[in-house]
Design a protein around this ligand. Structure first.
Ligand SMILES: NC(=O)c1ccc[n+]([C@@H]2O[C@H](COP(=O)([O-])OP(=O)(O)OC[C@H]3O[C@@H](n4cnc5c(N)ncnc54)[C@H](OP(=O)(O)O)[C@@H]3O)[C@@H](O)[C@H]2O)c1
Length: 342
């Protein structure tokens, strides 16, 4: 066993309702020794994603996290020891490293292991070029199939996925309206991210504001939230509308699910399409999305906001921020600087 200390958060209990932090237990052990074909990764940065709440609670597109195991999370780390012929000490690598300092891995399994492209900082690899940036790209272009001149509504619009989705729709020539919680986020959408309109769903009448801001109806809805906003949008869709079911964060903490949207049958009258997707299906095409996102960012057409917490000990509270709306932009957590110079 190595003399490197490995701090970990263990999933101790399944969540019921809002996360409290009591679902996790702090653990300190020794870092594992890599075996033949493995590397030892020092974890440096963590991505925080609402779907982690689902991984804690139930089987879905991936099996739920077994109790007693390290909390699952996407991260960027540095190879500090290598017994794998494709990786050397100093390489920055992305994978599902979990809430811990060290992991020994052969890089197989869900999430895999890949080196960061030269010059891409770990935070950007997890935000604009990470799960949320890629989800926005394929959700808007492939599932939403947005076309110039269409009206696009995005819920959770000031969040990591929503803000990029809305900006891509703008780049494609659409009129874009977002919903978000609070004036500060709504002002950022119209003033910094170039949205044509923003609705503060916590303080405004969503239906009435949608009617005002979308006078020609709604062609594409990129939904991160579900619930009331989804229902109000469904009442205002156009012929052949596309509803991109990206997420439904308003439901993730509910113990009893609310009744489905009463306006869903409008999809039939409008010959609309409502489609869910999981970004893992598009991993083989990430080179395409990352090239486009990088180009738009360099050209100043995309702004990317990050919200950075510090310290592995703060991981549970950082996850909770996603469900209170405290996060403003992609929620990341920095654990450490790279121990080896690259
Ligand atoms: N399908 C896929 O493959 C895929 C991949 C990545 C993400 N997603 C989904 O995309 C959505 C956004 O994820 P993200 O990582 O970009 O997170 P995010 O939007 O950066 O953060 C979550 C935001 O959700 C909002 N929120 C929280 N509870 C809410 C509630 N009860 N009602 C309405 N809004 C609520 C909060 O914003 P406000 O302050 O505006 O309320 C919060 O800031 C999630 O639903 C996630 O599951 C799906």
């Amino acid at each position: 066993m190595s003399d490197r200390k490995n701090r970990q958060w263990i999933l101790e209990a399944r969540p019921v309702g809002q996360l409290t932090g009591k679902e996790f237990r702090w653990n300190e052990t020794s870092a594992p020794d890599p075996t033949d074909g493995q590397v030892l990764v020092r974890n440096l940065w963590l991505s925080f994603d609402p779907t982690q709440r689902n991984w804690m609670a139930r089987d879905s597109y991936v099996p739920m996290i077994p109790l007693g195991e390290v909390m699952r999370a996407i991260g960027v780390g540095q190879v500090v020891e290598s017994r794998h012929h494709d990786f050397k000490p100093g390489d920055l690598v992305q994978g599902w490293w979990g809430w811990q300092d060290y992991v020994a891995t052969d890089g197989r399994g869900v999430g895999g292991m890949h080196k960061l492209s030269p010059g891409v900082p770990p935070n950007t690899a997890l935000s604009l070029f990470g799960i949320t940036g890629n989800t926005a790209y394929f959700g808007i272009t492939e599932i939403g199939q947005v076309k110039s001149g269409e009206t696009v509504v995005v819920s959770g619009a000031a969040g990591s996925t929503g803000s990029i989705a809305g900006q891509i729709a703008k780049i494609k020539g659409c009129r874009v309206v977002g919903t978000a919680g609070g004036k500060e986020k709504c002002d950022w959408l119209t003033q910094a991210a170039g949205f044509d309109g923003a609705i503060d769903y916590k303080n405004e009448d969503v239906g009435r504001r949608l009617t005002t801001l979308c006078p020609n109806g709604i062609d594409v809805f990129f939904d991160n939230v579900g619930g009331v906003v989804l229902n109000e949008v469904l009442a205002r869709i156009n012929l052949k509308a596309r509803i991109v079911l990206c997420g439904a964060i308003s439901r993730y903490n509910e113990t009893v699910l609310p009744p489905g949207p009463s306006n869903y049958f409008n999809l039939t009258a409008k010959r609309g399409r409502m489609e869910g997707f999981i970004i893992l299906d598009y991993v083989p095409r990430f080179a395409e999305s990352i090239a486009a996102l990088g180009r738009w960012h360099r050209e100043g057409k995309l702004v990317q906001k990050e919200d950075i917490a510090v310290g592995l000990e703060n991981a549970p509270h950082t996850l909770m921020r996603l469900f209170t709306g405290e996060n403003f932009g992609k929620q990341l957590l920095k654990i450490a600087d790279p121990p080896l110079s690259v």
